[in-house]
Design a protein around this ligand. Structure first.
Ligand code: 5AD
Length: 453
C-alpha cells in the first residue's frame, strides 16, 4: 500500500465555503466511539463547531463499522436517506472507519455526494485531508494501512461525562478467520506507557474518575518505551493514580490473558471486578477453524484462574453461532460452556461472511434460518443464567456510580464495578455520585435497589 492518496478533480470542484460546523455519527465498537471523540477534537482544534443535528452541519461524518454485513450496510442507507432528503450541495460528507477502509474509492462511485473517505489507520493524516477539502477538493481519500503511528490528538472531545477512554493499542495482528478488523484497522501499533499514564493523569485532573483502556486486543499491548511495563503493570499503574476510582479495559483476547492480570485486579480495588473475554465458540474444532489459538480446555483454564481470585470477578463474552462447519454438536458445546463459565453477559451474533478474511473462502454451511434458531436458543439459555445469577445478588450491597436519571420513574440508574445496572429511587442531582445501594429485586439484565448511604 502506498502513502495516503489524495485525488483532485478540477471538473467537480465546487467553490465550497469553509465548513464551520460538523456532525459525526458513530456506528460499532468502543474504539469507534473513541475515534470519533478524537476526530471531533481535530475538527474543533481547526475551529469547527460541533452541532447536535446533521441538519445544522456543514460537514457530516459517518464513522462506520464493517464487523458484520448488516453494520456495513447502515452507512449506505444513511447516505441514501441523505440524498432523498435533498440537502444543499454545500454540505460536505465524509465516510470514516472500517467501511471506508474496506470499500475504498468504490464509495465515491456508489455515493457521489461523498467527498472524504478515511480509514482509521490514516487518521494521523486527517488534518491534512481536511485541509484539502477546505481548499475545495471534492474527492479526498486516506486509505493507507502502512503506518506505525497511533492517532494522537491535541484535543479530544469527551462524550461520556464519567468514563474517559484511553487508547493503548491500535490495529490487530491476530487474523481470526472470521474477522475483518486486521484489514480495516491495520497492524498493531502500541502507545508508550508514559503517554498512556500522562493521559490518565490529565483526565483525572479534568475530573474523570473512571478510565477505560482500549484496544482491539487490549491485553496484547506491549510497551514500546524503555520502561517495558507489562499490561498487568500498566493496569496497576493506572489504578494507583490518585483520584482514579474505576479502571476498565476492553477487549481482552484469551490467548494473551495472564494470571498477572487477575493478580493486579486482586490487589487494586480501583481495577473493576469485570473482564470481557470473548470465547466465540465452545467447540475446540470450531475454535481451530476460527484460528483463535486456544482450545475449549485452555479457555476454561483462564476462566478458572479468574474464578480463583480472592474477589469475585464478573465475566462477559462474545459468541458467534453458525460459523462455517458448525455442527449441532459444536453448537451444543457452546451452550454448555455458558453453564460451565456462568457468564454475567453474553454478546452473541450470527456468523456473517466478510470480505478479505480466511473464512470468506470456507463454505458458509449453516443456513441463515438455522443460524437464527441457534442464536435464539443460546440467548434464551443465557437469559435464564443471568436471571439466576442476578437473583443471587438480592440483599447484597454494592457501590454504584450514578450515570443517569429516569424522570418518569424518578429513578437513578447506577452501575456497579462489575458492570451491572441498578435502578433505584433517587434524585436527578445524584448523577455523577458514587453511592451504596442494596439490591431488592433482580431481572435478567438489571437489578432494582434502594440507596443505603
Ligand atoms: N460474523 C459475526 N460476528 C462477528 N464478530 C466478529 N466478526 C464477525 C463475523 N464475521 C463478532 C465477534 C467479536 C465481536 C466484536 O463481533 O464475536 O468478538
Amino acid at each position: 500500500m502506498g502513502a495516503v492518496r489524495e485525488r483532485f478533480n478540477p471538473a467537480s470542484t465546487v467553490v465550497s465555503k469553509r465548513p464551520r460546523t460538523f456532525y459525526i455519527e458513530t456506528f460499532g465498537c468502543q474504539m469507534n466511539v473513541h475515534d470519533s471523540e478524537k476526530v471531533a477534537g481535530v475538527l474543533m482544534a481547526r475551529g469547527l463547531r460541533s452541532v447536535e443535528n446533521d441538519q445544522d452541519a456543514d460537514l457530516i461524518l459517518y464513522n462506520t463499522c464493517s464487523i458484520r454485513e448488516k453494520a456495513a450496510q447502515k452507512v449506505y442507507s444513511r447516505l441514501g436517506a441523505f440524498r432523498k432528503g435533498g440537502r444543499g450541495s454545500g454540505t460536505i460528507i465524509g465516510v470514516l472507519g472500517c467501511v471506508a477502509q474496506q470499500e475504498g474509492e468504490r464509495i465515491f462511485e456508489r455515493a457521489p455526494q461523498v467527498s472524504l473517505i478515511c480509514g482509521s489507520a490514516s487518521y494521523p493524516r486527517l488534518a491534512d485531508l481536511l485541509g484539502q477539502i477546505e481548499a475545495g477538493n471534492r474527492r479526498v481519500a486516506g486509505l493507507s494501512l502502512a503506518t506505525d503511528e497511533c492517532f494522537e490528538t491535541e484535543l479530544t472531545r469527551r462524550d461520556n461525562p464519567f468514563r474517559a477512554y484511553v487508547t493503548v493499542i491500535e490495529g490487530c495482528d491476530q487474523r481470526c478467520a472470521f474477522c475483518v478488523v486486521p484489514t480495516t484497522r491495520g497492524a498493531e501499533r502500541n502507545r508508550s506507557s508514559q503517554r498512556i499514564l500522562a493521559d490518565c493523569q490529565r483526565l483525572v485532573e479534568e475530573g474523570f474518575s473512571e478510565i477505560q483502556l482500549l484496544g482491539q486486543i487490549v491485553n496484547h499491548w506491549t510497551d514500546p518505551s524503555p520502561a517495558r511495563l507489562s499490561f498487568a503493570e500498566l493496569l496497576s499503574r493506572v489504578a494507583e493514580i490518585p483520584g482514579v476510582r474505576r479502571v476498565r479495559f476492553a477487549t481482552s483476547h484469551p490467548r494473551h490473558f495472564t494470571p498477572e492480570i487477575v493478580k493486579a485486579i486482586e490487589s487494586h480495588p480501583a481495577l473493576c471486578d469485570q473482564i470481557h473475554l470473548p470465547v466465540q465458540s465452545g467447540s475446540s474444532q470450531v475454535l481451530a477453524r476460527m484460528r483463535r489459538g486456544y482450545t475449549r480446555e485452555e479457555y476454561l483454564e483462564k476462566i478458572n484462574c479468574v474464578r480463583g481470585a480472592r474477589r469475585a470477578i464478573s465475566i462477559s463474552t462474545d459468541v458467534i453461532v453458525g460459523f462455517c462447519g458448525e455442527t449441532l454438536e459444536d453448537f451444543e458445546q457452546t451452550v454448555s460452556l455458558l453453564d460451565v463459565v456462568g457468564y454475567d453477559q453474553v454478546f452473541s451474533f450470527k456468523y456473517s461472511r466478510r470480505p478479505n478474511t480466511a473464512a470468506a473462502g470456507f463454505e458458509d454451511s449453516v443456513p441463515e434460518e438455522e443460524k437464527g434458531r441457534r442464536l435464539a436458543v443460546l440467548q434464551e439459555h443465557q437469559r435464564q443464567i443471568q436471571l439466576r445469577r442476578n437473583g443471587e445478588l438480592v440483599g447484597r450491597k454494592f457501590e454504584v456510580l450514578v450515570e443517569s436519571f429516569q424522570p418518569r420513574l424518578q429513578q437513578a440508574v447506577g452501575r456497579t464495578t462489575s458492570n451491572r445496572v441498578i435502578n433505584f429511587p433517587g434524585e436527578p442531582e445524584w448523577i455523577g455520585r458514587y453511592m451504596d445501594v442494596r439490591v431488592t429485586a433482580a431481572g435478567p439484565n438489571s437489578l432494582v435497589g434502594v440507596q443505603t448511604s
